[in-house]
Design a binder for this molecule. Structure first.
Ligand code: MLT
Length: 263
C-alpha cells in the first residue's frame, strides 16, 4: 500500500488485527520491508505489524532530503495516516538510529522501544571515510557491488556456515536497493548525532536485542547502550549476527512477543 507523506510516497505493509497493539518495524541499511518477513508472518497473529520501506528503499519514492530526522518524521506521519496514536517502535541497525530520532522528535507516539543490533553513538572519522568510499562505490559500480561488500558483515559466522541460502537472500535484498537511497542514507548516517545523552530520557519500556556474533553492533556496545536506558532490558540471541531477526527468527520473535505482551 502507498501513503503520501511530506513530499514522498511511502510504501508499507500493514497486517494483523486492526485492534492489536501496533508494532512499527523499521528496516536497516540498505534493506527494505522484506527484512521483517519472519516477524510479519508470526507476530501479525497477535499484533498489528507495520513494515514500511523507508524513503529511498523498496517501493517508496527516492527523493530527498535524507536524514535520520526526516526518516523519523516520515514514519510519524505514516502513523497519523494509519490512525495510530502510539506504536511499539522496533528498529534494526539504521532502523534503530531512526527509532532514536522518533523518540527525540515524537516521543508521544512511542509506546515502547525495541532496539535491534544498533548503536547510540555517532560515526567516528574512520567510519565516515568508509561511508565516503561506499558512496563512490555505489555511484560507480551500483548496488550489487555494495551488497557484495556488505553481506559478509551482515550475517554471523554460524549463518554463513550453515545457511548459505539466508546469506543469498540477504544479499539479494541489499542488491535491490536504489543507488539514490544508498547514497542518501549513507550521507545521513555520517552526520547523525550522538544519541548517547538521549538514552537516559527514554521513559518507556525498552528491549535491546543483539546477535552474539554481530560485528557491526557488537554485544559489548549494545550492553552499554541498554544499561544507559532506565527501563532497558537486554536479550542476546545465540548463533546470530547483525540481522538477528532473519538469522534466528524464532528467538527474536519470542523476545519481542514476551516484551510486547507486558506493555
Ligand atoms: C545497517 O544495517 O543498517 C547498517 O549496518 C548501519 C550502519 O552502517 O551504521
Amino acid at each position: 500500500m502507498l501513503a503520501h507523506v511530506h513530499n514522498i510516497s511511502i510504501w508499507y505493509d500493514d497486517v494483523g488485527p486492526a485492534d492489536g497493539i501496533p508494532l512499527l518495524c523499521i528496516h536497516g541499511f540498505p534493506h527494505d520491508h522484506r527484512l521483517w518477513a519472519p516477524q510479519r508472518d508470526t507476530l501479525s497473529k497477535t499484533y498489528r505489524v507495520i513494515t514500511p520501506d523507508l524513503r529511498g528503499f523498496g517501493a517508496s519514492g527516492t527523493n530527498g532530503p535524507y536524514s535520520m530526522d526526516q526518516f523519523a518524521d516520515d514514519l510519524a506521519e505514516l502513523l497519523t495516516e494509519l490512525g495510530i496514536t502510539r506504536a511499539v517502535v522496533c528498529g534494526l541497525s539504521m532502523g534503530g538510529y531512526i527509532a532514536l530520532a522518533l523518540w527525540r522528535r515524537h516521543a508521544r507516539r512511542v509506546l515502547g522501544l525495541i532496539f535491534a543490533d544498533t548503536k547510540a553513538t555517532a560515526d567516528d572519522d574512520a567510519m565516515r571515510t568508509k561511508r565516503q568510499q561506499m558512496i563512490a562505490m555505489a555511484m560507480s559500480a551500483g548496488a550489487g557491488a555494495v551488497a557484495d561488500a556488505q553481506v559478509t558483515g551482515m550475517v554471523g559466522i554460524s549463518t554463513r556456515l550453515e545457511h548459505p541460502e539466508l546469506v543469498e537472500h540477504v544479499r539479494d535484498m541489499l542488491a535491490a536497493a536504489p543507488v539514490e537511497g544508498i547514497v542518501g542514507a549513507l550521507e545521513a548516517m555520517m552526520v547523525r548525532p550522538d544519541s548517547t545523552p538521549l538514552l537516559a530520557t527514554i521513559g518507556v519500556p525498552t528491549l535491546c536485542i543483539v546477535g552474539d556474533q554481530d560485528v557491526i553492533a557488537p554485544v559489548k556496545e549494545m550492553r552499554e547502550m541498554c544499561a544507559a536506558i532506565p527501563h532497558g532490558e537486554l536479550r542476546v540471541i545465540d548463533d546470530a549476527g547483525h540481522v538477528s531477526n532473519v538469522e534466528q527468527p524464532d528467538a527474536f520473535n519470542e523476545a519481542v512477543a514476551q516484551f510486547v505482551a507486558r506493555l
